[in-house]
Write a protein that binds this ligand. Structure first.
Ligand code: PNS
Length: 159
C-alpha cells in the first residue's frame, strides 16, 4: 500500500521552513503531495500558479509532487488518495488555528488523519509573511528562500 501524505498551505511564498517539513514527511510517507490552496482569510501576493512554480523550483525530490487546487482540502485529499494531512507547528501561537482546522477536517472526513510536524529549530522563526515583509523593504532574504523565490519577490516589490 502506498502511503500518500498531503501537505497543504498557502506557500506565499515557499520558504526553507516549508522545504524542511516536506523532507521530513518522506520519513513516513511514500509520496508527498504539496497542495497549494486558497486560504479565504488571506490576500496572497502571488497567484496559485506562481506559488506552485516557486515550490517546484525549491523542492526537487523524488516522490514529491506539487499541485494547486481551489476547493475544499478534504475533497482534494480524497481525490488523490491521501491518508494523512501534514501541517507544521512552529510555536504555541500556531496551535489554536491548527487544532480548529484539524477538527473541522476530521468532521468532514473522519478517516483522514492530521499529523503535526515540528520544523528544524533554526527555522522555527521563519514565516512567509515575515519573508514578504523583509523583501518588501529591500531586506536580504537569500538565506530564507530559494533564489527563484528571491527573484520573484524582487520582481513583485521592485527592490
Ligand atoms: O498556509 P495556510 O494559509 O495556513 O494554509 C491554510 C489552508 C490553505 C491549508 C486552509 O485555508 C485550507 O485548507 N484551505 C482550503 C479550503 C478548506 O478546505 N477550508 C477548510 C479548512 S478547515
Amino acid at each position: 500500500m502506498t502511503r500518500i501524505a498531503v501537505y497543504p498551505g498557502s506557500f506565499d511564498p515557499v520558504t526553507k521552513g516549508h522545504a524542511d517539513l516536506i523532507r521530513r514527511c518522506l520519513a513516513f510517507a511514500d509520496r508527498v503531495i504539496v497542495a497549494v490552496a486558497v486560504n479565504v482569510a488571506k490576500q496572497p501576493l502571488f497567484t496559485l500558479e506562481e506559488r506552485g512554480a516557486m515550490l517546484r523550483a525549491t523542492v526537487v525530490l523524488p516522490n514529491v509532487a506539487v499541485r494547486c487546487f481551489d476547493g475544499l482540502l478534504v475533497d482534494f485529499a480524497k481525490q488523490v488518495g491521501a491518508a494523512v494531512l501534514v501541517r507544521g507547528l512552529r510555536a504555541v501561537s500556531d496551535f489554536e488555528y491548527e487544532f480548529q482546522m484539524a477538527l473541522m477536517n476530521r468532521t468532514l472526513a473522519p478517516t483522514l488523519e492530521t499529523v503535526f510536524l515540528v520544523p528544524a529549530f533554526d527555522l522555527t522563526y521563519l514565516s512567509s509573511s515575515l519573508v514578504r515583509e523583509v523583501a518588501r523593504f529591500g531586506g536580504d532574504v537569500s538565506a530564507l528562500v530559494h533564489p527563484d523565490v528571491q527573484r520573484a519577490l524582487k520582481a513583485k516589490y521592485g527592490r
